[in-house]
Design a protein around this ligand. Structure first.
Ligand code: FAD
Ligand code: NAP
Length: 319
């Protein structure tokens, strides 16, 4: 499999897993090392193999490979970082190495009751630096941000499917929502929907970097608070030396959280993209059950499990 590619790049014999969609792995010491060696002409004889199935896109990374190999090519951006290697690749392999573009999901952030015939989303433009030359930009979020309807009609291919979070149908059941960053998107839709139906028991924990940066829909929240339809608790992580996250604010509001869950049968929701946030928030809930509810550790864990089973604790998180 892929022998022609291996020969053209001066690689050693691959284990021959068969040519398939995806990318090739080259064993290296650290991220990009295999690629850099190839680019510098030091790659001769390196073991390698084809890996990955069916356009896994950016999910294709070193973490997928227990032996620590590194993907040969992920995207046209990488091709530009390694022009010599890229030039050696036979054209009919190029399409195999560039993954299929996969669809991206965005939470619907508006309710048709508040915005008839409109569908609003909240998109954070993903940008990060690796040790490769060019700064990386998220494909779909950057593309969406680049669209300018003022310059002419834009076409966004999309489809809509039901969301994963379900909210209580019974009136007067309060909801507690924890949504830092773009995690607040599904809760804006839910709050609009609930307020339109006269449900005022809405508690939202929102976190972002600074009060004057990324405080999405600040004016709308303040208006809802003034109308008595929302309790908003904020965590601005970078406005002081010590990080303040949603779970720290949740802990400070422990007595209210326990009273709403135990006394009023509240539902609890969690959404967002922070890597450690979901586990951190769950642990904070456990500590509230212990300290405010007086439960033992096993009973607190059982309480959380029961909330999950009865759909009174639901999450929608992404990497
Ligand atoms: C159910 C669901 C709901 C979602 N809702 C929303 C939403 O409401 N709003 C929203 O903005 N997004 C949401 N997302 C995430 C969204 O689908 C995309 O994943 C996100 O916009 C990035 O896509 P992209 O094409 O811009 O980036 P891509 O080109 O796919 O790049 C993202 C990838 O880059 C890599 N990466 C990112 N940052 C770093 C870093 N610092 N260091 C190294 N590698 C990194 C990771 O591999 C990451 O998977 C949701 C996802 C799901 C599954
Ligand atoms: N101005 C910018 O360049 C900018 C702004 C927003 C988002 N983005 C990018 O957009 C993407 C998604 O952004 P987002 O708005 O959804 O999220 P985000 O801005 O990355 O995070 C939202 C909030 O969650 C905090 N957080 C981090 N770890 C946490 C944890 N373990 N528990 C609880 N909270 C935690 C963040 O704090 P800390 O980050 O302070 O730790 C921040 O205050 C990211 O790739 C981000 O880099 C860029």
């Amino acid at each position: 499999g892929g022998q022609e590619l291996g020969e053209r790049l001066g690689l050693g014999q691959g284990p021959g897993e068969g040519r398939s969609w995806g990318c090739a792995w080259i064993w290296g010491q650290g991220p990009g090392e295999g690629l850099e060696a190839l680019e510098a002409g030091r790659g001769r004889g390196r073991p390698w193999r084809w890996a990955g199935a069916g356009g896994r896109g950016s999910a294709c990374g070193p973490q997928d490979d227990p032996r620590g190999g590194h993907s040969l090519l992920l995207s046209p951006q990488v091709l530009c970082d390694f022009p010599h290697t890229a030039a050696a690749i036979p054209p009919d392999y190029l399409l195999d190495l560039v993954p299929l573009i996969r669809p991206r999901a965005f939470s619907i952030a508006s309710s048709l009751r508040a915005h008839p015939s409109r569908l609003q989303i909240l998109v954070a433009v993903v940008q990060y630096q690796t040790r490769l030359r060019e700064p990386r930009r998220g494909l779909c979020s950057s593309w969406l941000a680049s669209l300018d309807p003022a310059q002419g009609p834009v076409r966004v291919p999309l489809w809509v499917r039901s969301g994963g979070l379900t909210f209580p149908k019974t009136p007067d059941v309060p909801v507690i929502m924890v949504g830092p960053g773009t995690g607040v998107a599904p809760f804006r839709a839910a709050i609009q929907e609930r307020v339109a139906q006269g449900e005022t028991g809405n508690v939202l924990f929102f976190g972002c970097r600074r009060q004057d940066q990324d405080f999405y829909w600040e004016a709308e929240w303040k208006q809802l608070q003034a109308r008595g339809c929302l309790t908003l608790v904020t965590a601005f992580s970078r406005d002081q030396e010590q990080k303040v996250y949603v779970q720290h604010r949740l802990r400070a509001f422990g007595p209210l959280v326990w009273e709403l869950l135990e006394g009023r049968g509240a539902h609890f929701y969690l959404a967002g993209n922070a890597k450690y946030m979901p586990a951190d928030v769950s642990n904070t809930l456990l500590s509230i059950f212990r300290e405010e509810g007086g439960l033992s550790s096993p009973d607190a864990a059982a309480y959380l499990a029961q909330l999950q089973r009865t759909l009174r604790f639901q999450t929608e998180t992404w990497a």
